[in-house]
Unconditional design. Structure first.
Length: 202
């Protein structure tokens, strides 16, 4: 049974089912918020801490969803968010703050790498449960690491600055690829996605 749930095909199937369930849960705002809340919080905290580090003026942070009803009496849930004072002279810092949730990819990598060392798994049932739970955690982390439409709007608002940052990033990647130690770490990150999809443990 453990070999079945540890197989590549089963991991892919479970991932598809979980992502599909997360998408369908949008029909129920309460269920969607419950399933996604932990990673949504991390998404907003990434914005907050990077903004603080870059000395942007944070006006406020809302960590809990707000429930309200629209004119048609339909329930609407406003997710957590971070607000800050925008200034054109801070374009580079604003862009870095906007893409801060991408750091959740590293969190996902760290969680996946250490997951089984955090639990004392003694039975097949526990293995199956924690394996499915791991796929769920990784899925919501990756989904919420993607910058929101609001985040992307900042990238589009400063296209020249965004282009410069992309060029600098590519140059840095090209530079550090000349160093074996860093290159090995990059290779590990590259196969991270393979480990999630195919459940290959190294």
């Amino acid at each position: 049974m453990e070999q079945l749930f540890n197989s590549k095909i089963m991991t892919v199937l479970i991932t598809i089912v979980i992502i599909s369930a997360l998408q369908k849960s949008k029909r129920n705002p309460y269920l969607f918020s419950f399933l996604n809340y932990p990673s949504i919080i991390l998404h907003e905290l990434a914005h907050y801490f990077v903004g603080k580090i870059l000395l942007l003026r944070i006006k406020g942070i809302r960590l809990f969803p707000t429930i309200k009803r629209d004119e048609e009496n339909k329930i609407e849930i406003i997710n957590p968010s971070v607000s800050f004072q925008e200034n054109n002279s801070q374009a580079f810092r604003i862009i870095l703050m906007a893409i801060a949730p991408l750091s959740l990819l590293y969190v996902a990598y760290y969680v996946e790498s250490n997951w089984y060392s955090w639990f004392n798994i003694t039975s097949t049932f526990q293995f199956i449960f924690f394996n499915i739970l791991l796929i769920y955690v990784i899925s919501i982390l990756i989904i919420n690491s993607i910058p929101s439409m609001t985040d992307f709007s900042y990238l589009l608002a400063y296209p020249i600055h965004t282009f410069i940052l992309i060029v600098i990033t590519l140059l840095i990647i090209g530079y550090i690829n000349n160093f074996p130690l860093i290159t090995n770490n990059i290779d590990i990150i590259k196969i991270y996605f393979e480990r999630i999809i195919y459940n290959v443990h190294i």
